[in-house]
Design a protein around this ligand. Structure first.
Ligand code: IMP
Ligand code: MG
Length: 350
């Protein structure tokens, strides 16, 4: 059986932090990365050092864990090999495998991504070449990992390796990338990425069937951010806010004033992220369509005075109130709460 972690908003919910915590705490045998490709950047902080991964699974901190990249994922060989050499101290090279059918991003894909005005100016893509590489993949003219000599030593039948491991009772975590609002099918089309981003898509990316799933953990930041163009859900209907009970409660907690002070930059693009209040409609929808079994909330220390808190009872009353509002509105329990960037700054209610 496996567990899945996915983003419930527009990417950058803090999946890297949650996954690195889970991988160290729960000692997964395998962590397998799904999603689009190196357009996603996950940030992990371990003993004060920051690591950014765009290809390597976020569970690399645990040296006992095998690291897999699923067939659905695009690989940029330069980015992949560079990351492996950067994380040498963690023996990533000895533990990582990519599916022989992973799609490949070539230099021309990046040129097309940046040169196409619809992509670079309208959609404001990450410019990492993922869209054009998927375009070629769909046309059945793209390269795959087995065509690239530099990837030869990392090739594997990832889908069968994972399924065989599940048969042996091993613990598997599937790492999702991007977020629900960026899904090609369910997100804010046309301001989306080039694949579905739900839990079902992550299963398909790594080659696991729907009956092999234990938990689906949907990660939500306690406010909403977005890099690139496209509306936030709660920008589409200005009147919605005043009618919504939960939004009113956010007003009481003076969330907007706190949000005005928050500044964030994209892990891949370095672009400033737009910031908006927590969107209950989006959270409800993504919890439903992902069939969430639990929620993980991140960045709560940015709204409330609770940096590094590890016990629920030590949270400020307003933070507890806020968590209850989210649970009630979304209808799914909050089981993990992140109170800081370091992997261990986590409240675990499981
Ligand atoms: P693309 O995936 O590079 O084609 O970009 C399409 C849209 O998705 C742009 O708005 C990107 O900023 C956004 N996007 C893609 N991947 C991520 C991610 O991992 N985090 C945040 N935004 C992303
Ligand atoms: Mg990111």
């Amino acid at each position: 059986m496996c567990d899945i972690v996915v983003g419930g908003q527009f990417g950058d919910e803090g999946k890297g932090k949650i996954i690195s915590y889970l991988c160290l705490k729960d000692n997964y045998d395998i962590i397998a990365r799904g999603g689009v490709g190196p357009n996603a950047g996950h940030t992990i902080v371990y003993n004060g050092t920051e690591y950014k991964v765009r290809q390597v699974p976020s569970g690399f901190l645990n040296k006992n864990t095998k690291l897999y990249v699923g067939a659905g994922v695009l690989i940029n060989p330069d980015v992949f090999l560079d990351e492996i050499s950067k994380f040498n101290e963690f023996n990533v090279k000895e533990r990582i495998k990519v599916d022989f059918q992973c799609g490949i991003i070539e230099e021309t894909h990046k040129v097309r991504d940046k040169g196409d005005e619809n992509l670079s100016k309208k959609v404001q893509t990450t410019g990492s070449g993922c869209g054009p590489a998927n375009e070629d993949r769909i046309k059945r003219i793209g390269k795959t990992a087995k065509d690239i000599p530099a990837l030869n030593e990392f090739l594997s039948d990832v889908a069968m390796e994972i399924n065989n491991a599940m048969d042996e009772g091993k613990k598997i975590l599937i790492e999702g990338t991007q977020g629900f609002g960026l899904s090609l099918y369910h997100g804010t089309y046309p301001y989306v990425t080039t694949k579905d981003t739900t839990a079902s898509a992550m299963l398909s990316d790594v080659g696991v069937g729907p009956k092999c799933v234990n938990d689906v953990i949907v990660v939500l930041k306690v406010y909403t951010t977005r890099v690139g163009n496209g509306l936030f859900w709660n920008e589409t209907d200005k009147n919605k806010k005043s009618d919504n009970k939960a939004d009113k409660l956010l007003n009481d907690l003076k969330i907007s004033e706190k949000l005005a002070k928050i500044k964030e930059w994209g892990a891949v693009t370095g672009r400033e992220r737009r910031v908006a209040p927590f969107d209950f409609e989006l959270a409800k929808r993504s919890a439903k369509i992902n069939s969430a079994t639990m929620l993980a909330l991140t960045n709560i220390d940015r709204l409330f005075d609770c940096a590094g808190v590890r016990k629920f009872t030590d949270l400020p009353e307003d933070a507890k109130k806020f968590i209850k509002i989210i649970e009630n509105e979304v209808g799914v329990k909050v089981k993990i709460i992140s109170t800081g960037r370091e992997y261990s700054e986590t409240i675990d209610l499981r």
